[in-house]
Design a binder for this molecule. Structure first.
Ligand SMILES: [Fe+2]
Ligand SMILES: [Fe+2]
Length: 289
């Protein structure tokens, strides 16, 4: 079984945006986007990535958040249109939000992410998005956590929260008993990261305690915009924790440029293949570190 993982698309679209939309945290974030991020994250690379996915046809695709920059409706429309290009369809594509997808209170209250991404975040047997999203596809079980909460400038932190922690524990417990390969999706890394006070997962200790009790076969995250490999203790050994770089980042450095991962899963183990954007051929190609 092959699972593809991409993250941090940061799709920029200012179509139909009014000045009123910027009278909040978006003002500072918007300046950053226009000066820096908008040039660095290319929608064309997201399209090339999806073309590559459609050629390779993995069994399932997971997306670990930050589809947008400022949680603008126009950005969500663009992000949704990109997801809809994946030929597998929403049943085989699971998406969770990142901090940029719940950037301001207005987006949180309007549930902009849930409304835009809907079918990609619906649990088995459910009719609307809810986190954690829990999906079983044969031997694979996907458990997608939301850590996205609105926070003031300059924070980019995240929370799992008590309700989700309890639901994640329950889901991982029964999926483990059922012998599934439990793949956990989370935007923020579930351990201490760089500048954790500003950008970290606040209740990471509580999530780590859940994982120590019930375990998981693989945890994947985004947020850091670079490939990372770490582990966390589980009940029967270490749990691999894999971060993937941004799907759309334009950079001459091969370790930073646009990329995604393929996990080749067999039984309870897996190997990783990374594919990066090659400017010469304008396609994603296999990457050997
Ligand atoms: Fe990001
Ligand atoms: Fe992020």
């Amino acid at each position: 079984m092959i699972v593809a993982h991409f993250s941090d698309v940061h799709a920029l679209s200012l179509k139909g945006v009014s000045l009123r939309d910027f009278l909040n945290k978006r003002l500072a974030g918007g300046i950053n986007v226009l000066l820096h991020r908008g040039r660095k994250h290319s929608v064309a690379l997201a399209e090339a990535l999806i073309d590559d996915l459609n050629r390779l046809r993995p069994d399932h695709v997971v997306v670990t958040g930050d589809l947008t920059n400022l949680s603008l409706e126009s950005e969500f429309v663009l992000a949704r249109s990109l997801l809809d290009r994946i030929s597998l369809g929403p049943r085989e594509v699971t998406v969770i939000p990142g901090n940029h997808d719940v950037y301001v209170w207005a987006a949180y209250l309007r549930q902009s992410f849930e409304r835009a991404i809907g079918p990609y975040a619906i649990s088995d047997g459910a009719v609307e998005p809810h986190f954690p999203v829990v999906r079983v596809r044969g031997a694979l079980a996907v458990v997608g956590i939301s850590t996205a909460v609105p926070s003031p400038i300059p924070l980019a932190d995240g929370w799992v929260g008590r309700r989700q922690l309890a639901e994640v524990e329950q889901a991982l417990e029964w999926l483990g008993r059922a012998g599934k390969f439990r793949l956990v999706l989370i935007h923020h890394p579930p351990m201490r990261n760089r500048h954790a006070y500003l950008r970290g997962l606040r209740d990471r200790d509580k999530l780590q305690a859940v994982l120590r009790r019930v375990g998981a076969e693989l945890i994947v995250h985004g947020h850091e915009h670079r490939n990372l490999q770490m582990t966390l203790p589980g009940p029967t050994g270490q749990i691999p924790v894999i971060g993937v770089g941004s799907a759309t980042y334009t950079d001459a450095r091969l370790d930073r440029c646009a990329r995604y991962n393929l996990y080749h899963i067999e039984g309870s183990s897996f190997t990783i293949e990374t594919r990066v954007f090659d400017p010469a051929s304008q396609r994603f190609v296999a990457y050997a570190a």
